[in-house]
Design a protein around this ligand. Structure first.
Ligand SMILES: C[S@@+](CC[C@H](N)C(=O)[O-])C[C@H]1O[C@@H](n2cnc3c(N)ncnc32)[C@H](O)[C@@H]1O
Length: 157
């Protein structure tokens, strides 16, 4: 199984980008993991929140192949402990999915169309994080999950 993290807009913060790359590099050891960034929508100032969500939603859905499984990062989703998340990923790998796509919404979240296409929602906390920060949390937790699955000494309960 491949894992893709789909996000909208560049990360301007170099420190954040560097940290994300640290975990992306570590993940190469365990799985084909790709972070794909959809470029920011132009002239966003002229759009309502709903229009922005809809446009971002169209761009997200264009990226999906029929065999991909789409999971949303959403503060109203299911919360996991890290060990539970590692088991969740193992289950996905066992189920024969070709590519699992985790998607991070834009500043206003997801359009209804994206919700309809998704197969689940994962929350990292009830708090709202920026769409930039959550990228780092996702790559770190996916890395942590693989170290748990391989019994490697990174995670401590
Ligand atoms: C600024 S937040 C959008 C908040 C917006 N109120 C919403 O309803 O989604 C941007 C994106 O970051 C991700 N995100 C932020 N906080 C999160 C959390 N606690 N758990 C999971 N994803 C989160 C989600 O993908 C969200 O769409």
């Amino acid at each position: 199984m491949k894992i893709k993290l789909l996000a909208i807009g560049k990360t301007d913060d170099k420190n954040l980008q560097t940290l994300i790359e640290v975990y992306q590099n570590r993940l190469k050891h365990y799985i084909n993991f790709q972070l794909e960034v959809i470029p920011d929508i132009k002239n966003v100032k002229n759009l309502s929140e709903q229009q922005q969500k809809d446009k971002e939603g169209e761009l997200i859905l264009k990226k999906l192949a029929p065999t991909d499984e789409l999971i949303l990062l959403d503060e109203n989703g299911k919360e996991f402990k890290s060990i539970e998340f590692s088991k969740y990923l193992q289950k996905k790998m066992n189920s024969g999915i070709k590519q699992l796509i985790f998607v991070i919404g834009g500043p206003y979240g997801f359009s209804d169309e994206v919700y309809k296409k998704s197969k689940g929602k994962i929350s990292f906390s009830k708090m709202t994080f920026s769409h930039q920060m959550i990228r780092l949390f996702v790559v770190e937790q996916v890395y942590r999950a693989f170290t748990i699955l391989k019994n490697e000494p990174y995670h401590h309960e």
